[in-house]
Write a protein that binds this ligand. Structure first.
Ligand code: SAH
Ligand code: SF4
Ligand code: F3S
Length: 458
């Protein structure tokens, strides 16, 4: 392979964890001398970072792969890598299904991409899915944004929700040390990043696997402690975290979010179902009442906080009345955003084997009814922004209108306004909201600097 044909392309499916892993793998490839290729068809190394959370996510991967496998018949030098959660789930079986694949690597191996690719370059087909201790990342990620960044704080998940493949494919919880997390954030601050989202599948479990985390009264490693460790990193103006599990969402954490000015008033706390029997069958470990209490506590400290969540409809055995409990919970909470999905049976999960599966028709119908309610409620929630002054962190140009820029409010609402991206990118701007839609806002800039904004609000 000559220098000029070292081009790579990564297509990423799935959640923020996969996006963060892809950025690290891109960093490794660039370090190896590969250059980014926008089109997969011009790349010599093509990497699919895959998701298997639902069957349709998995099937999408096979259709993309099929196309590149065909291309490889004419271009034998093409290297095809399957990383991420489908890779972990399928392992060797993936090679049997698509023999053109060169490298199958689970999510725990993302930081090892260089070594694995070097083995491939020697001519072997490689499968890396054994469970490993995730090495501290020494590469420089190639981050998609210059303004906002992901920072992993805990990998894996020790929960056993009966519908979920994540523990099978992401392995057991492994927390990074507070020192490593803070060091990464300091570097981000120096590089001009303004916002960090701390990431974990079950971020509230942060620290419970770290040495010295047993409550000795002195040395507690929890997400709350971590927020205090990182909150004053210079340059970083906003901190978010995801995903929260209601079981571990404590009042101490809520109080910390309220006390620490950089922590944004937006919480992503999936509830999955509003019915206690369904929650029990899902093995979620909390009740509807506990969930509602958490939301009340959040709103007691931060009345305007935005709440988003995930929910599943059509879990095995879910009755119409149980589904209506999900609707009534959505009605009661008034989510700013809700990711909804029809239950999809997944290999290696308990619920997939139960004999009380619902028809696709029932699931589809419930999904549609829930989505309708969600956008109505989100529309109602958006109304409160009308005429308000909001702090927006400018991330990019509006792809649909180059005269506008876009960014997010602290509450995570996507906001558009007229402005020049060259001069505004990365700045915190005060915007008066003039138009509201269920999931986005439009406004006019009233102050482009913090001191101008202070003058307005005082
Ligand atoms: N760790 C997070 C969720 C990770 S998976 C949590 O505990 O909430 C992201 C979302 O995918 C889940 O919240 C759930 O709503 C959905 N999901 C997971 N498994 C699913 C399945 N088998 N069928 C449908 N949706 C599923
Ligand atoms: Fe899956 Fe449950 Fe872990 Fe979330 S907490 S990743 S839903 S097993
Ligand atoms: Fe999908 Fe894996 Fe994330 S299954 S949702 S990419 S953890």
């Amino acid at each position: 392979m000559t220098q000029s044909d070292r081009r790579y392309h990564i297509t990423t499916f799935g959640c923020q964890m996969n996006k963060a892993d892809s950025e690290r793998m891109a960093g490794i490839l660039e370090d190896m001398g590969f250059a980014w290729s926008e089109s997969p068809d011009d790349a010599n190394v093509i990497l699919y970072n895959t998701c298997t959370i639902r069957d349709n996510a998995e099937q999408k991967v096979y259709s993309y792969l099929g196309r590149q496998a065909k291309r490889k018949q004419n271009e034998p030098d093409l290297t095809i890598v399957v990383a991420g959660c489908v890779a972990q789930q399928e392992g060797e079986a993936l090679l049997r299904r698509v023999p053109e694949v060169d490298l199958v690597m689970g999510p725990q191996h993302a930081n090892r991409l260089r070594d694995l690719l070097e083995d491939v370059m020697q001519g072997s087909q490689v499968v890396a899915t054994e469970s490993v201790h995730i090495m501290e990342d020494i590469t420089k990620p190639r981050r998609d944004s210059a303004v906002t960044a992901w920072v992993n704080v805990i990998y894996g998940c020790n929960e056993r929700c009966t519908y979920c493949v994540v523990p099978n494919v992401r392995g057991v919880e492994q927390s990074r040390t507070p020192e490593a997390i803070r060091a990464e954030m300091e570097l981000l601050g120096q590089q001009g990043f303004k916002e960090v989202t701390l990431l974990g599948q079950n971020i509230d479990a942060y620290g419970r696997d770290l040495p010295g985390s047993k409550a000795d009264g002195q040395h507690l490693h929890t997400l709350t402690d971590l927020l205090y460790v990182v909150h004053d990193v210079p340059g970083i103006e906003r901190i978010r975290f995801a995903t929260s599990h209601p079981r571990y969402f404590t009042e101490r954490l809520i109080r910390a979010c309220h006390e620490l000015p950089k922590v944004c008033e937006h919480f992503h706390i999936p509830f999955q179902s509003g019915d206690n029997d369904v929650l029990k069958a899902m093995a979620r470990g909390y009740t509807r009442e506990k969930y509602l209490r958490i939301i009340d506590t959040v709103r007691r400290y931060m009345p305007d906080a935005a709440i988003s969540a995930d929910a599943i409809v059509g879990f095995p055995g879910e009755t119409e009345a149980q589904f209506e409990n999900t609707l009534s919970l959505v009605e009661a909470v008034g989510f700013d955003q809700l990711n909804t999905a029809a239950y999809s049976p997944r290999p290696g999960t308990p619920a997939a084997l139960w004999d009380n599966q619902l028809s696709e028709e029932v699931k589809g119908d419930r999904l549609q009814r829930l989505n309708h309610l969600v956008s109505t409620k989100a529309g109602e929630r958006s109304l409160r922004y009308t005429n308000r002054l909001e702090e927006v962190l400018v991330e990019d140009q509006n792809p649909k209108n180059p005269a506008q820029v876009m960014g997010r409010t602290r509450s995570n609402r996507l906001t558009f306004f007229d402005g020049d991206i060259q001069s505004l990118k990365g700045s915190l701007v005060t915007v008066r909201i003039t138009e509201v839609r269920p999931f986005s806002l439009t406004g006019d800039v009233v102050a482009a600097t913090a001191s101008e904004a202070m003058a307005l609000t005082h």
